[in-house]
Design a protein around this ligand. Sequence first.
Ligand SMILES: [Fe+2]
Ligand SMILES: [Fe+2]
Length: 135
Amino acid sequence: MAFLSWREEFSVGIDRIDQQHRRLVGFLNDLYEAMQAGKGRETLGKVLGELLLYTKTHFAAEEQLMKTHGFPGYEDHRARHERMTQKVKELSEQFRAGTLASPIQMTNFLKDWLAKHILETDKQYGPFLAARGVK
Ligand SMILES: [Fe+2]
Ligand SMILES: [Fe+2]
């Protein structure tokens, strides 16, 4: 069973975003599996790096869409992305330095954040952008 399974309720109604979210879920599962399999710090660092990089790409894509279409919640949403990016940077630095208290806590944090952010924040722009022809 996957660490985080895709659920239909995660859909924001915009295909390109749903695809990105599925990929994020996939990267998170890869990270969790690598941890469970007892992979070394180097492998875990690589998987974590991929997740972070893709998160950046994804946040930028969402922000661009919201900005282009004048979504009223843009600033607040962007600030949430910013705070998350900071937090994840700290975690990955701790991970790299070997000072992260609990890797499982980190994956749990990422999982909870991702699910909550999609359900509570990303879903807010769904109908707005869909109504403006974004697919
Ligand atoms: Fe998102
Ligand atoms: Fe978002």
